[in-house]
Design a protein around this ligand. Sequence first.
Ligand code: SF4
Length: 608
Amino acid sequence: MTGYMGKLLRVDLSAGKVWPEPLNLAYARDYVGGSGLAARYAFDLLGAETAPLGPDNPLIFMTGPVVGTAMPSAGRFSVCARSPLTRLWGESNSGGFWGPELRFAGFDGIIVTGKSETPVWLSIIEGQAELHSAADLWGLDSYDTQTRVRDLLAEPKARVACIGPAGEKLSAMAAVMNDHGRAAGRTGMGAVMGSKNLKAIAVHGKAKVPLADPDGLRAVVKEITEGLEEDMSAMSIRLAGTAGYVDMALMYGDAPLRYYQQAEWDDAGGLSGVLMTEEFLNRGVACYRCPIVCGRETRAPNYGLDQVDGPEYETIMAFGGLMMVGDIEAVIYAGHLCNLYGLDTISTGCTIALACELFERGLLTAEQTGGLEVRYGDALTAHRLIEMIGRREGFGDLLADGSQALAEKLSVPELAVTVNRLEVPMHDPRAFSGMAVTYVLSSRGACHMQGDMYMVDTGQGPAIELGVLPGDRFDNSEEKGRISALSQAWRNLYNAMTLCQFQNPGPDRVLQALNAITGWDLALEELMVLGKRIVTLKRLLNLRLGLTRADEVMPELLQQPLCGGSEGNVPNVEALLAGAYAEYGWDLATGAPTPDTVTDLNLESLGS
Ligand code: SF4
C-alpha cells in the first residue's frame, strides 16, 4: 500500500476503548481522503435520527494521501461530523502540522463515537493510543490546553488539536484549534468534540508515508517549487498574507460591509493588508512544508499583546467591514479572542454583526442584551460579546447558536445572511455570480472553500484543463453555473487530497504528484470524476439528513442590488443552478442525482 498509512484509529468514548482498524482501500480509491473519505465512512454511520450533539454522531479526523509527503502545502486535515449549526453534513479543515503528525504517528484518520462520562484527552504516540483524564484541562483556553498537553506528555514535539471553552459550552460556532491559532472553524466541529467530553488529541511519531514513486514525486515537487515564483497570487499571499486581498475585495465589491448592505466605506482603508503588514506584522508563519507562508503573526500593543496568530482576510472582514470597525488592531484582538475561546471567526463575526443590524432596526433591545448597546463600529462591545459567546454568558448564550438561531428567536429569520444555516463568508456573490452556486450547493452551507469563483474570475488558480475557466464575473448564465459546479468539484478533490487551495500548480502537476504518491494511474479527466463523486456522495448524505431543493436559496439581503464594485449585479440563482445541476447530473425538480449519474459515478451501493 502506498500513499496511505493503512490504518484508522477507532475510539469509542462511551466504552473508553481505542483500537486500530485497517483503512478501507476501496473507499480510499473512490473518495481519496479528507472530507471525501470521511463522508464515505459517515455514510455508514449517520442517519436522519442522529443528533449532532448526541453520542452517535461520528466525529472524524481525516488526512489525505498527499499529507506529510514532500508535496508543498499539504499539511492539512479535515474534521467532519453532522453539524450542530447546519444540521447537515459538517466539515472543516485546518493547516499547521497536526495532519502530517497524525500520519507520522501511524494513522490516516480517527473516528470518534460515543461520549465519555468525564472529560478526557487522547494521545497517539508512535502508533500507541491512550485516553487520559482531562479533569485538569477542562476550562482552559485553546493555547493553554495545547501547552499543558505537551507538558503532560513530556513531548515538546507533539502536535495538539483541541477545543477551547466555546467547544465545552457547545457553541454551534465552536472550532477545533491546533498548532497555536490554526482552526478547523466552520460548522461547529468544536461543539461535537465538546459533546463527547473530548478536550484534546495529541499526536506524534516518526513513521514515513510510503510512496509509490519517490523519484517521480521529487521531480514534480521541484517543478512546483520552481514554478511558484511565477504564481502572482501565491507571491502576493506570501507578501501580505490573505489580508493582502482586502483592498482588491473592496474594489470588486466582494468584501461585505455593514452586514452585507453597504457598497463603499471611507474608513475601509483602516483594514488594509498593507497597513497591517507595515504596522502590526511580526512575521509570516507557514504550515508543514509550505513555501507560500500565508499565516501571519501580528501584535496588538494597545491590548498588551506582542504575539497574535492572524488575522487572515475572512477575520478582517467579519470583524472589520461587516460590523464597521475600521481599526485593524481591534480586529486583530477580536481574532485573538476567538482563538482563545475556540470560535469560528466567520460565524462569530457574522452573528455579532447581525446583532448590530437587529439592534439598529429596533428588533433587539438593551433589555434583551442585558443592558448592552450593540452598535456598528463599537469594537469594545464586539470583544465583550466574543467572551460572552465563549462562556455562553448572558446574551452570549443566544448568540452562541449562530445567526440563524438568533434571527429565528427574534422572529426575523429572513434577516440572517446564511445558506443552509451557515453564515455567508466574506465573498459577496453579487460581486462574483458564480459564488451564488458555490454557496447554494455547498454541502456544508455557504462555503467559499468548496468552489472559489472569486479567484477563478480574477485569473487566480483556474484549472483550465478541467474546464474551470475564468470569465465575466457578472455572468448569470447556465454556462457560468456549469463552470462553478466544476470549480466546486475540483475544490472538493483538493479537500480530499488534502491540499491547500492556495497551492495551484495546475491539474497536470497535481495529477503527477497524486499518481507518484499513491501508485494510481489516473488520467487527467478522472480527477473531475473523483471530485464529482465526492460532491454527489455529500449530496446523498445531505438528502438523507433532510436537505430539500427548497433550501437552495440566497438570503434576502443578498438579493438587494448594491452600487460600487458589484455594479448592481444580483445573481440569477435559478439560471446558474440549472447549469450546475446539468453538469452534476442531478434532477432539478428533486435535487437528487439521477439514476444515470449514480451509475456513472459508481455510487449504486449508496442508493439514488
Ligand atoms: S498557504 Fe497558508 S494555509 Fe496554505 S499551507 Fe501554506 S501556510 Fe498553510
